[in-house]
Design a protein around this ligand. Structure first.
Ligand SMILES: [Zn+2]
Length: 190
């Protein structure tokens, strides 16, 4: 899988990750407002009928796209939660035994069990290994006598962009970290 390009709105708010093919379309239709990354991708465009030469487009790794359809209006909206993002937030460390595991050895664990009204939310889910998850079962941490080794939190927009892409380029990471709070655990992965 080739790296993705970070698409921003004209004000610089992260809009979404796009693939190289999508970026080529924005370049071809003159939709790029500005670019700021240090990495470049060479994209193949169409072939000119008269010359038979294929055009090449240079795309930046971070691009701002014009147009009102591209303005980020829901900046503070809580990011949709996926298992990939949650386990990345928790650094693949079980919240109860504090050991590090592989992706497939961890579950999303409800701190307050669903049977007791616990939600599927960033604040009620943590990474847990199978053994701890089984031991805790359908109980709260207090009832199970199991202490949380870290506290859950809701990632902001910039953190969510970091969590949702496992192949971030260094310049993209640097850009996104500017929007990550100083005290975030995220800062120790970069
Ligand atoms: Zn564990």
């Amino acid at each position: 899988m080739s790296p993705h390009i970070l698409a921003l709105d004209v004000a610089g708010a992260p809009h979404r990750w796009i693939n190289v093919r999508e970026a080529a379309q924005y370049y071809a239709t003159d939709m790029i407002a500005w670019a700021t990354g240090t990495n470049e991708f060479l994209l193949r465009g169409g072939t000119q009928r008269s010359t038979g030469i294929q055009s090449l487009i240079r795309a930046n790794s971070i691009i701002a796209i014009k147009g009102k359809d591209f303005i980020v209006r829901n900046f503070d909206q809580v990011a949709a939660l996926t298992k990939e993002m949650l386990l990345a937030r928790d650094r693949y460390v079980c919240a109860y035994c504090a050991q590090r595991f592989r992706f497939d050895q961890l579950d999303m664990e409800h701190i307050v069990p669903r049977s007791k009204g616990g939600e599927n939310s960033w604040m009620n889910l943590v990474a847990a290994c199978k053994a701890c998850n089984n031991r805790k079962a359908d109980r709260t941490p207090e009832a199970a006598g199991m202490k949380l080794h870290y506290v859950p939190y809701v990632p902001n927009r910039y953190e969510a962009f970091i969590l949702s892409n496992r192949k971030i380029l260094a310049d993209q990471m640097e850009f996104l970290l500017q929007g990550v709070p100083r005290n975030s655990r995220m800062r120790s992965i970069a």
